[in-house]
Design a protein around this ligand. Sequence first.
Ligand SMILES: NC(=O)C1=CN([C@@H]2O[C@H](COP(=O)(O)OP(=O)(O)OC[C@H]3O[C@@H](n4cnc5c(N)ncnc54)[C@H](OP(=O)(O)O)[C@@H]3O)[C@@H](O)[C@H]2O)C=CC1
Ligand SMILES: [Mg+2]
Length: 431
Amino acid sequence: MYQSPRRLCSALLQRDASGLRRLPALGLRRQSSPPAAVPRPASPRLLAAASAASGAARSCSRTVCSMGNGTSRLYSALAKTLNSSAASQHPEYLVSPDSEHLEPIDPKELLEECRAVLHTRPPRFQRDFVALRTDCPSSHPPIRVMQWNILAQALGEGKDNFVQCPVEALKWEERKCLILEEILAYRPDILCLQEVDHYFDTFQPLLSRLGYQGTFFPKPWSPCLDVEHNNGPDGCALFFLQSRFKLVNSANIRLTAMTLKTNQVAIAQILECKESGRQFCVAVTHLKARTGWERFRSAQGCDLLQNLQNITQGAKIPLIICGDFNAEPTEDVYKHFASSSLNLNSAYKLLSADGQSEPPYTTWKIRTSGECRHTLDYIWYSKQALSVRSALDLLTEEQIGPNRLPSFNYPSDHLSLVCDFSFNEDPEGVL
Ligand SMILES: NC(=O)C1=CN([C@@H]2O[C@H](COP(=O)(O)OP(=O)(O)OC[C@H]3O[C@@H](n4cnc5c(N)ncnc54)[C@H](OP(=O)(O)O)[C@@H]3O)[C@@H](O)[C@H]2O)C=CC1
Ligand SMILES: [Mg+2]
């Protein structure tokens, strides 16, 4: 039954059986009158538990931190104590100690809360899934994977110079609802994010209440820490639905380039499907940005491929790799992935008429330096073990609008990519 946002919020504020006040999942106050304002909780019980460990780190990182100073090192160190260290393989570190105490939330209720906060904004864009393979019936539900560079709040406000994007469109309290709305609209089984600088206070607590298990690996020297009032370093985050998968193994990888440690990271996890018992490896990364760094990106890509070779025991385990590669398909790093012995294909090529061309853009923005329209984001997959059943179409130029991204309608300068995968039958010996 449809509940108005006003009724929903009051329902969320009722006392639960334990006598403790239940709080709105988002803990947000609406910007203007109708519908009624949601009181900001004085002490959000559920969010406090999840973000307590990050509180000290966040308060110390609210000052301007130049890279390499004690404060950013302290944050990095603290963040790492909550996650596994570089290239470690300790699943026990990856389980949030508080996750079992978190009250589940209904995704529909959270979506309603988001929509109430966003009621003054234009409606979200309609995007459709394009069916790609209907000829290979599978006895198990598909695995939906979402890849998205969500735009770090500190970079969007302090570094990216999106000259056509009004500052009000970047306000975190509303932008986070647009991000959550996009995630909730597609409800991925696996969510791979880049530029996450609100992991501990937003995504980890909320997504864990939606049934996800999350891992965060911050960049060692995040440029976010240069920005005044930053919320800590940005990094990659990987979430999967605990109802569908069991974590078998996990590695946080600091990428190297020509044997040197770099500022870019990846997370790779082996997951086991609870329905089918099949195992696969999913990885998320964000390679070095900017022109002039093509060889560096290429070296980082080679390092990631080598790590994935080791993790999948030479491609014995099927792979899905999501990332903002910061590289057009013409770059060497793309070519390395396309020709790797891991037998990978890029899922979004399948949206093209011949199945051979990447989409014309995955990011589109206007900076002081001009308009930047590029294809940089990819979902790679083991082409012999997996099939892409469908993929979410991109936004059209008309939907994106003349001021490009981010905007009041869309929270990031990068588009989300979403694919439904299924395992091919009888892959024995094919890999
Ligand atoms: N003190 C130290 O030892 C070190 C300090 N640093 C700091 O980190 C920063 C760079 O870190 P690094 O990880 O290499 O960052 P990158 O060059 O990879 O870029 C960082 C972010 O900037 C965005 N970006 C890309 N192009 C532009 C542009 N033209 N204008 C504004 N933003 C852009 C990228 O977004 P997208 O991916 O969406 O394009 C990316 O998220 C330095 O500026 C420095 O402050 C870094 C290393 C060491
Ligand atoms: Mg960016």
